[in-house]
Ligand binder design. Structure first.
Ligand SMILES: Nc1ccn([C@@H]2O[C@H](COP(=O)(O)O)[C@@H](O)[C@H]2O)c(=O)n1
Length: 312
């Protein structure tokens, strides 16, 4: 009599899939109510593939304002790096008024789900250019920046310490790619004691004259929707990022999805999008574009859980 062992006839792919399921450690945070995923199985497979390749193959690319920083705290908006400069220490009342007016005109355009990137692009250039001109007129002093940041309510997301520290411990490079103001960004992470050697920054940097007075902004302007150009011209050349084909990308804008375009021969790219504002209007496009969407989540809990899993 011949006894058949049924699983022997199971196709190899199915056996592999079952094995995969059994050996996978679940990430409970992915079941949080703030988490949306278009294709959960793809997310799990990508995380698993990144974990198998190890921390040595990984790089993290993150936007800064409203991605590594909180969007709001106690019902109030947390300032972006540009808005942190809105301080009596640095600019006068007239400049404050003008910058706020520009914010009220252009920010709604930036997040308007009914406009295309092509329609937004020239308006973003207009916004950044006008604000940078205003700031230059103010003759901002470099030595006042640290104090202005200290007095501001700039705030990193809850759980930021775990995030920065795990990446530093594992020697995983963190590229912060920001259309904000690099000098302010650096000061925020320095004052939070997380400016570790694995952190690299691509951003708009201020150019100070010999007396320490702002005279211009350096290099090509970076705004929300031209990060691809910055990725190709700056990030691609960073030696520390070479030979790391796996990417964890964090952003809060669809424009942030191009931040990994400078990665040579990417293998596994997992994208996480923070959806902070205009949730209903933008939910569909975010879910269609990012692998994981975090809705009104002011914490780093999900990225931290994924990193813990990947680097464990
Ligand atoms: N004058 C401005 C210009 C831009 N912003 C905001 O900053 C964000 C850009 O920084 P990322 O780190 O997110 O790339 C962008 O989303 C603008 O909303 C601003 O507040 N003031």
């Amino acid at each position: 009599m011949i006894y058949q062992i049924p699983w022997i006839y199971t196709p190899a792919r199915t056996v592999l899939a079952i094995w995969h399921q059994l050996t996978k450690t679940p990430i409970p945070e992915l079941a949080n109510c703030s988490v949306l995923m278009r294709e959960r199985s793809r997310v799990e497979e990508t995380i698993h593939a990144i974990q198998r390749a190890g921390a040595g193959s990984l790089q993290v690319i993150a936007d800064f304002d409203m991605t590594l920083t909180r969007f709001a705290h106690n019902g109030k908006r947390v300032p972006t790096t540009h808005n942190t400069l809105d301080s009596q220490l640095l600019i006068n009342e007239d400049c404050t008024r003008k910058m706020r007016k520009l914010l009220s005109i252009y920010y709604p355009i930036e997040i308007d789900a009914s406009l295309s990137v092509e329609e937004k692009l020239p308006l973003m250039v207009e916004w950044w250019t006008k604000v940078h001109e205003l700031l230059i007129q103010q003759r901002i002093r470099k030595d006042m920046l640290a104090q202005a940041v200290k007095e501001s309510s700039a705030m990193l997301r809850d759980g930021y310490k775990v995030f920065f520290e795990r990446l530093a411990e594992q020697q995983v490079p963190l590229l912060i790619f920001s259309a904000g103001v690099g000098d302010v960004l650096e000061e925020v992470i320095r004052q939070n004691h997380v400016f570790h050697p694995n952190v690299h920054i691509v951003s708009n940097y201020m150019d100070f004259d010999q007396t320490g007075v702002l005279q211009a902004f350096k290099g090509q302007l970076i705004h929300t929707f031209n990060k691809r150009e910055g990725a190709l011209s700056h990030a691609a050349g960073l030696r520390e990022l070479q030979g790391r084909p796996n990417v964890l990308l964090l952003g809060d804008s669809l424009g942030d999805l191009t931040m990994a375009d400078g990665v040579a021969e990417p293998q596994n790219v997992l994208t996480i999008g923070f959806l902070n504002d205009q949730v209903e209007e933008r939910k569909e496009s975010y879910v269609n574009s990012f692998d994981i969407v975090l809705v009104k989540d002011e914490t780093m809990d999900v990225p931290n859980a994924i990193l813990r899993h990947i680097t464990s």
